[in-house]
Design a protein around this ligand. Structure first.
Ligand SMILES: CC(=O)N[C@H]1[C@@H](OP(=O)(O)OP(=O)(O)OC[C@H]2O[C@@H](n3ccc(=O)[nH]c3=O)[C@H](O)[C@@H]2O)O[C@H](CO)[C@@H](O)[C@@H]1O[C@H](C)C(=O)N[C@@H](C)C(=O)N[C@H](CCC(=O)O)C(=O)O
Ligand SMILES: Nc1ncnc2c1ncn2[C@@H]1O[C@H](COP(=O)(O)OP(=O)(O)OP(=O)(O)O)[C@@H](O)[C@H]1O
Ligand SMILES: N[C@H](CCC[C@H](N)C(=O)O)C(=O)O
Ligand SMILES: [Mg+2]
Length: 483
């Protein structure tokens, strides 16, 4: 493809580069092939301009840099205002195809669940539908394990083209705050978008909570075309701010939840593994039996229904589909139970609000004790550690603090930062041993929550990732302890 076509109308000063044919596009010099366009982006650790020479040595036909960069190169150099945005738009033009109908969901918690539920509702309505997010890619005949929540633009658009070629017409994706801030999805054509909630997370990356919220709001104020539907969960502390941002951006605001006007939640009845929600839509009343535990899943189901209805699914079909939802892997997932009936769940709560939600969600159907096993990731927001320690001790009866991807940090130090605010908690570093201890305690009426890793299949210690699964460890302990 010619650079002029890749750059699009917004870049006019291409100079001697315009006629160059590029065979590919990359922001990582290590993956540059002969004839590629290399885009140097400023990262959190490295400045891409430092790798221009490496990219050229590997055969880059031209390079794109930020305007402030001073780069001497033997191939044409194009200066742009925002290299990351350029990368996203150029990747979209290069791969050129995406599923016709795409939606994105942002929020601190619930993105994976909403993306998964939206895919399931579309599938129920007869569409060839996909989801892209933390758990990977799910599409008809395709199941890939994930790495990033929002993939980098080059992988993303390559994937979208593959999905479109495979006949996928509908795709729901997660928009992480990192992804939005780094313009990873700026080239995606969105039909609708959604916001779930805002809580504490990623304070290692965002200087303030306002910066974090502003990153999330890029989805509404920059990415979604004017007039497009913005589905907003109405019952969160940050809902009004999201409603205002979407309204100011000229979007068609559709609120869902107890305070919602588009989908109004009137009543909820909890059962052990399911719940009934009464939902009012216009003049119609639906009684929906959602086969999942946890209040938060009702919120996620309503946001997903809002997205599906905003992309052409009828209210009746969407509400019927909610009766068949399957939870995303590792999101308050019932993994097993002891012979005495005590329940063992795996959940992905790895931030304060999520932990608070999941522990309060199981309380109504737990007649005995709530037992929680959890830890905090290394090289991630340190401030959340004592907060999660406090929440766990306040809401659970037994707390076991363990390791969760210590990465480059010293595991004992991470645990001690949690323990500092977790009075009476037990500390068992080895995650398998911690899970086993939690399972061994299960008496009739108890509920065990193993939180933090959800669908993950590894434990990262240092730079090594060892195979590890909370699901497998829970099952193994139940079996070996013959409970
Ligand atoms: C903090 C962060 O978001 N990092 C992502 C970011 O890397 P970075 O900005 O740190 O990149 P960098 O290492 O400073 O390098 C700058 C540039 O130089 C390039 N480079 C570097 C070395 C070299 O030899 N040659 C070269 O060209 C790099 O490819 C990069 O383009 O851009 C990279 C390429 O897209 C990502 O792989 C990387 O994700 C890392 C692995 C990561 O862990 N990200 C997490 C924090 C993340 O993004 N999480 C979110 C949210 C999860 C949630 O919601 O909880 C997600 O969407 O997954
Ligand atoms: N709507 C919600 N409100 C509060 N907590 C929630 C909500 N949905 C999910 N959670 C909690 O957050 C955990 C992660 O859920 P999910 O994977 O759907 O969110 P996410 O936004 O994709 O998270 P991540 O950013 O880590 O990928 C769940 O296991 C549950 O503990
Ligand atoms: N996407 C999140 C996942 C965290 C999951 C938890 N198990 C941890 O390692 O902290 C992150 O990279 O911050
Ligand atoms: Mg996710």
């Amino acid at each position: 493809m010619k650079i002029t076509d890749l750059a699009g109308p917004e870049i006019s000063d291409l100079g001697n580069a315009s006629a160059i044919e590029v065979g590919g596009i990359s922001a990582d010099s290590r993956t540059v092939n002969k004839g590629d366009l290399f885009v140097a982006v400023h990262g959190s650790r490295n400045d891409g301009t430092a790798y221009v020479a490496d990219a050229i040595a590997r055969g880059a036909a031209a390079v794109v840099v930020g305007r402030e960069a001073h780069v001497e190169a033997s191939v044409p150099v194009i200066a742009v205002d925002e290299p990351r945005r350029f990368l996203a738009l150029a990747a979209a033009r290069f791969f050129a195809r995406q599923p016709q109908t795409m939606v994105a969901v942002t929020g601190t918690a619930g993105k994976t669940s909403v993306a998964s539920f939206t895919r399931q509702i579309w599938a129920h309505a007869g569409h060839a539908a996909a989801m892209i997010g933390t758990t990977g890619v799910t599409a008809p005949g395709r199941e890939d394990y994930g790495s990033l929540t929002t993939p980098d633009p080059v992988s993303l658009h390559k994937l979208l083209a593959e999905l479109a070629d495979a006949g996928v017409t509908h795709a729901a994706m997660e928009a992480s705050s990192h992804g939005l801030d780094q313009a990873r999805l700026d080239g995606v054509r969105l039909s609708a978008a959604a916001f779930t909630n805002l809580g504490r997370d990623h304070m290692d990356y965002h200087p303030t909570v306002e910066h974090y919220m502003a990153a999330k709001m890029r989805l509404f104020d920059t990415l979604l075309p004017r007039g497009a539907p913005a589905v907003i969960f109405a019952d969160d502390e940050w809902s009004n701010a999201a409603i205002k941002a979407a309204g100011d951006a000229g979007l068609d605001v559709r609120t869902v939840g107890r305070k919602g006007a588009y989908l109004t939640l009137k009543r909820v009845e909890h059962f052990r593994h399911k719940q009934m929600a009464e939902v009012h839509i216009g003049d119609d009343i639906y009684e929906v039996h959602i086969p999942l535990a946890g209040d938060f899943q009702i919120a996620n189901a309503l946001v997903a229904a809002g997205l599906a209805m905003s992309t052409g699914v009828s209210a009746k079909t969407a509400m019927a589909a909610l009766g068949h939802l399957i939870g995303a892997s590792g999101r308050l997932e019932l993994v097993g139970h002891a012979k005495n009936g005590a329940l063992a769940y795996v959940d992905y709560a790895h931030k304060p609000d999520a932990l608070e939600n999941v522990l309060s969600s199981v309380r109504p159907f737990t007649s005995g004790r709530v037992i929680v096993v959890f830890g905090c990731g290394g090289d991630r927001d340190k401030g959340k550690r004592p907060i999660m320690g406090e929440i766990a001790t306040r809401l659970a009866d037994v707390v076991i603090v363990t390791d969760d991807n210590p990465r480059s940090e010293v595991p004992e130090v991470i645990r001690s930062e949690i323990m500092a605010a977790a009075k009476g908690a037990m500390e068992i570093g080895d995650r398998a041993a911690a899970i086993r201890a939690g399972v061994a305690m299960l008496s009739a009426g108890d509920t065990l929550i193993v939180a933090g890793k959800g669908h993950e299949e590894g434990q990262t210690i240092g730079s090594e990732t060892l195979p590890f699964s909370d699901h497998a460890e829970v099952r193994k302990a139940l079996e070996e302890l013959d409970l």
